[in-house]
Ligand binder design. Structure first.
Ligand SMILES: *Cc1c(COP(=O)(O)O)cnc(C)c1O
Length: 380
């Protein structure tokens, strides 16, 4: 008898931390201070130390983090920003929020991240920034991206929403570009009990701008020095994040251990396994396999109680709101093919070794089982 295996299990993740979390929440409630106070400051200090950057600024979401980084860099209407189409829609939404034009390029299909070779054909006189996305927790190929940006005097904003703790050539992602943007959406590797995000940077001026822009451009209360937004991190979320951050290393290590286990057990399963590039540390926000039999495999896994996920079923340029409204100078064949072949297996840190073995066994079986019954193709 098999037991259902969920994709994420936040209640189980929090259970051993409940006393600490409850204490932190009670402290904030008693303090009577709920927005931008000592809890946010303490979490910002802990996060900047963790990433190894001079500044971390807590904000209201990952989308807000990207938006504020773009605003702080002075990017707006008339400017173009290069990113990928194979990403969370939030990456592209943030570019549009500041009024800039998203220019979407194709991915390197071996790591699912921005292909640096595509940058040259996307460059125009209006290009101002590049937003590489460390998708699934795998670092994008930052070396050539940063070199291209430097040659062309472009700003680099790393979308690290899925990659807190990942490393590129021995350094955490987010620390190499002008800005790193993080999300603390509950299911991210470090999640709040609601929305949250952060911008990190080594540039004092940029940090100061983000601090002002997250609260109406205020330097002093009620005096706007610039046109900002309301994108503040609240004290309750910051207090919870500060409790959880010290555990992140162990959680990411457990994700890596599960990935290693899948890699060994699925080596001849007949599916393509994720690949961690040399000199990179992948933190496996998602464990994404590829197969042309994706829909059949997904159906068979569901029958065996294994939950799976498709991140993402459509690239951004294929979505109704964006089709025809974004520039796509390179063609997006790899992005489109990926949407039809990818499948994310459970990899949350609470999975037991037995559950991991059960998932692997189910994949093994599921890929071999013949066709699925009629009507199941609609399942998504
Ligand atoms: C989650 C995510 C975001 C957005 O973060 P929110 O906190 O949900 O606004 C941006 N980019 C990527 C790649 C993400 O996965």
């Amino acid at each position: 008898m098999t037991v259902a295996i969920p994709l994420v299990d936040l209640a189980a993740l929090h259970a051993p931390l409940r006393a600490e979390i409850d204490t932190a929440l009670a402290r904030v409630v008693s303090s009577g201070r709920f927005i931008l106070g000592p809890e946010v400051e303490a979490f910002e200090a802990a996060l900047s130390a963790y990433v190894g950057v001079r500044h971390a600024v807590g904000v209201s979401s990952g989308t807000a983090a990207l938006q504020l980084a773009l605003l702080a860099a002075g990017i707006g209407p008339g400017d173009e920003v290069i990113t990928v189409s194979f990403t969370a829609v939030a990456t592209v939404a943030a570019i549009q929020l500041v009024g800039a034009q998203p220019v979407l390029v194709d991915i390197d299909p071996t790591r699912f991240t921005l292909d640096p070779e595509r940058l040259v054909s996307a460059l125009t006189r209006r290009t101002r920034a590049i937003v590489p996305v460390h998708l699934y927790g795998c670092p994008a190929d930052l070396g050539p991206i940063l070199a291209f940006a430097e040659r062309n005097r472009l700003i680099v904003i790393e979308d690290c929403a899925q990659a807190l703790g990942a490393q590129y050539q021995g350094r955490p992602v987010g620390a190499r570009g002008h800005f790193g943007a993080y999300s603390f959406y509950p299911t991210k590797n470090l999640g709040a009990l609601g929305d949250g995000g952060a911008v990190v940077t080594n540039h004092d001026v940029f940090a100061q701008r983000v601090r002002e822009l997250r609260q109406f451009g205020w330097r002093d209360r009620y005096i706007s020095e610039s046109v900002g937004v309301n994108a503040r991190l609240d004290e309750l979320q910051a207090a919870v994040l500060a409790v959880k951050l010290p555990y992140l290393k162990a959680w990411n290590a457990r994700r890596q251990q599960i990935a290693t286990c899948y890699a060994m057990t699925l080596v001849d399963a007949g599916v393509e396994l994720p690949h961690c590039p040399d000199a990179c540390e992948h933190v496996f926000h998602q464990y994404v396999i590829r197969t042309r039999a994706r829909d059949r495999l997904r159906f068979n896994l569901a029958r065996q109680g294994v939950a799976t996920w498709i991140p993402y079923p459509k690239a951004v340029h294929q979505q109704p709101a964006y089709a025809g409204r974004v520039r796509t100078p390179t063609g997006l064949a790899h992005s489109e093919l990926a949407t039809s072949e990818i499948l994310a297996l459970p990899i949350h840190p609470g999975l037991t070794d037995e559950e991991v073995a059960q998932v692997a066994e189910a994949v093994y079986q599921g890929i071999r089982e013949p066709d699925f019954p009629t009507g199941s193709r609609a399942m998504r």
